[in-house]
Design a protein around this ligand. Structure first.
Ligand code: COA
Length: 167
């Protein structure tokens, strides 16, 4: 069975990584779906996020990385996907996730949302917090795959160079 793990992944963290790895043990194929979220201005472009995730899971043929615009259920219908995977970190995630799962079900009755509890180590991780820590010089070693750290370094350098060029 094919499942999709959708998110903004700006960037992918070890929390996401953990959910994807565990999902691979349950499903035949896991599509990591990078969504374009117009309400969140990203550090990385959606295409960059796709490339980074592909690098992280290079060699794992159970994982496909793709991006989608618009409604998740439209993508799900198009690809004949039956399961949406979401991770739950804390009780505070629950209400939002519950609303999304019910709404997706209402929009497309053939899809089920499966929730996976986040591993203890990643309960407190989010992409925003990783970016904040890194940009302020903190250590993110245990929070993201090494490849992501390298891309963050490159991205911040690019931004800094651009800003200096403007001065
Ligand atoms: N470990 C670590 N961090 C996690 C995590 C985990 N297991 N699960 C979620 N997060 C973090 C993310 O890093 C992100 O952090 P940020 O806010 O600092 O960037 C945050 O939690 C939100 O998670 P994410 O999975 O990125 O969800 P999202 O809210 O950005 O995206 C979509 C949700 C993309 C699935 C949803 O908006 C969507 O389906 N969009 C398409 C349009 C649509 O169909 N809308 C109708 C929905 S009913």
């Amino acid at each position: 069975m094919i499942a999709i793990y959708p998110g903004s992944f700006d960037p992918i963290t070890n929390g996401h990584y953990d959910i994807i790895e565990r999902s691979c043990k349950i499903f035949d194929k896991v599509i990591v779906g990078v969504a374009y979220n117009s309400e969140k201005s990203g550090l990385f472009t959606p295409q960059e996020r796709v490339e980074i995730i592909k690098e992280v899971f290079k060699g794992n043929d159970k994982i496909e990385v793709d991006r989608f615009n618009g409604l998740l259920v439209n993508y799900v219908k198009e690809r004949n996907i039956k399961v949406i995977i979401r991770g739950l970190r804390a009780v505070s995630d629950f209400e939002y996730e519950f609303q999304m799962a019910l709404m997706n079900k209402k929009l497309w009755g053939d899809v089920e949302t499966v929730f996976m509890m986040s591993s203890e180590n990643y309960m407190y991780v989010s992409s925003r917090i990783v970016k904040e820590i890194f940009s302020l010089g903190g250590c993110i070693k245990d929070l993201v795959p090494e490849i992501v750290r390298v891309h963050l370094e490159r991205k911040l350098r690019e931004i800094k160079n651009k800003q200096e060029g403007r001065l």
